[in-house]
Design a protein around this ligand. Structure first.
Ligand code: ADP
Length: 515
């Protein structure tokens, strides 16, 4: 994810709402109009400071509602609640089967409210409601179900040990996996509910307790999820939710001495701040960060699938995906056909408010994101890059950007090196396979990549040569709760999802008994 600070409009505290207090153009679900509070120790409370900030509708820039601006004082209370829930109370004594069933109940409740959550995601983030309905929310439900199953399957091993300096002695040795403790989870705005699920699922399955800080741009679905967490019977204090700004609430959580581990998803820039904040007491840290993912089309690729695949790799979620296929390498044999195809696809995309039924691409999340993406587009074009489609803002209000394909780029240009986090792909021709692998790997990031080919052997060879945590072959953006996701290089530490995520939330204890 790209590096940025909070948009001033979004971070302004107690910002004066629009005349009716909410965005004028759409019918809001009643829940949005209700007062928003922090979830601390099972109680819904105002921020200690009494401050709030506005969350906006990115398709208009108008206020949806206000949420509490939690800060250090609230984080202190939330961490104390999570600590108490970890050390005593029902979560500690619940069987793993009971814990798994509570997580499963949460998934069931989410499923019962799937339409409402799709609406919240669309309103707050700007993404098409239809996409949230088929992707974000079902993936979150599935993640909780997958992790519910793991609760009963976290086991250690036994070991035949020899101990050379204790001849004749006999021992029984085993390991057990224990929850790491109180976890601070800081999540981004591009998939607000799904990122909450990726974080909460493994934490709950392993018996940890949590303080969750949603992104200030998109706090709504996490707060609503908090209500379902309570309904699911997850005990008070196990999940605490503090909305607030990154520099205040986020920083207080990352540096809190009462937190055993920080799990962060966001920009590489902020990831480095998290590591620094966590270093003084050596908390465990896991990070899922930015990317600049190469998408390689080989000469033998099936263009019928590769062209729409390349378009969807960058334009899905408006390019606001850490794994967006933003560097498109196409063999010269097909370069013109592919770039024309992707440009045609870009021009056809219906850009509009996420809540409109025919919208295929919504606005970027914030004015700050809009300015950042427009700044990069300007810099690319000033350096000689040429848009075959897009290249400009869409409309005059809201934070919309035209789906864009750039050609005539050169290595070293900002648009080729930096994560744009918008619907902008740089298409680059190549002739030599080794050179393209080198170019693909020549970036600070290593989150994801794809290769399009009909040659099975080449698919495996390139998958192996690319330095990235995920390589898709003849597909893109395929996610599953069972499949680990995370980055090489500056794209992060550790893996989300799959059994690997559980490693990040458990400590291994070796027990040795003299017989
Ligand atoms: P983006 O640049 O895409 O907005 P960020 O990395 O800035 O992503 O934000 C991701 C999450 O990190 C958000 O929840 C944000 O509030 C939080 N955050 C931002 N700055 C800090 C910080 N200094 N310390 C802790 N969390 C932060």
């Amino acid at each position: 994810m790209k590096a940025s600070k909070t948009s001033s409009a979004r971070s302004s505290r107690a910002k004066a709402p629009a005349t009716n207090g909410t965005t004028a153009s759409i019918e809001l679900p009643p829940w949005v109009r209700e007062p928003k509070r922090l979830l601390i120790n099972g109680k819904w409370v105002d921020a200690a400071s009494g401050e709030t900030f506005a969350t906006l509708d990115p398709s208009t820039g108008e206020t949806l509602c206000h949420v509490p601006a939690g800060d250090k004082q609230d984080i202190d209370k939330a961490v104390a609640a999570a600590r108490a829930a970890f050390e005593s109370g029902p979560w500690r004594t619940m069987t793993s089967s009971e814990r798994g069933r509570a997580i499963w109940r949460l998934a069931d409740l989410l499923e019962q409210h799937i339409d409402e959550f799709a609406t919240l995601e669309s309103l707050d983030n700007g993404k098409p409601r239809a996409v949230a309905r088929v992707a974000d929310v079902p993936l979150a439900i599935d993640l909780f179900r997958y992790m519910a199953g793991w609760a009963t399957k976290l086991h250690g091993s036994t070991f035949p040990i020899s101990v050379p300096y204790a001849p004749g002695a006999r021992f029984f040795s085993y390991t057990q996996r224990e929850p790491i403790g109180v976890v601070g989870q800081i999540i981004p705005w591009n998939f607000p509910l799904l990122m909450a699920a990726w974080k909460l699922g493994p934490a709950l399955a392993t018996g940890c307790t949590v303080v969750l800080k949603p992104a200030e741009q998109t706090p709504l679905s996490a707060l609503r999820l908090g209500e379902l967490i309570q309904q699911a019977g997850i005990p008070d204090g196990v999940v605490n939710i503090v909305t607030g700004l990154g520099e205040t609430a986020g920083a207080a959580l990352a540096g809190h001495p009462g937190v055993d581990k920080i799990a962060f998803t966001g920009s590489t820039e902020v990831g480095k701040l998290i590591v620094k904040a966590a270093a003084h007491d050596l908390k465990k840290v896991s990070l899922e960060l930015g990317g600049k993912s190469p998408n390689i089309i080989l000469p033998d690729a099936d263009l019928e699938t590769a062209i729409p695949g390349a378009a969807s790799a960058i334009f899905f979620n408006h390019g606001q995906c850490c794994c967006a296929g933003s560097r498109l390498y196409v063999h010269t044999k097909h370069f013109d056909t592919v770039v024309e195809g992707v440009a045609a696809a870009a021009k056809k995309i219906k850009v509009g408010p996420g809540m409109s039924a025919d919208t295929e691409m919504g606005p970027l999340v914030s004015e700050e994101q809009l300015n950042r993406v427009m700044g990069l587009l300007k810099s690319g074009q000033a350096e000689g890059a040429k848009p075959l489609a897009g290249g400009a803002r869409h409309g005059k209000s809201g934070y919309f950007v035209q789906p864009t394909i750039l050609v005539n780029t050169q290595p070293g240009m900002r648009v080729m090196e930096e994560e744009i986090f918008g619907p902008v792909v740089c298409a680059v021709p190549y002739t030599d396979e080794q050179e393209v692998i080198q170019a693909a790997n020549n970036n600070i990031y290593g989150l994801a990549a794809a290769v399009w080919t009909s040659n099975l052997s080449k698919a495996h060879q390139i998958a192996s040569a690319i330095r990235a945590g995920t390589v898709w072959v003849n597909c893109y953006n395929i996610f599953d709760a069972a499949l680990p996701f995370g980055g090489y290089k500056q794209s992060g530490w550790g893996r989300e999802m799959g059994a690997e995520a559980l490693e990040l939330y458990t400590e291994t204890k070796s027990v040795c008994i003299r017989l």
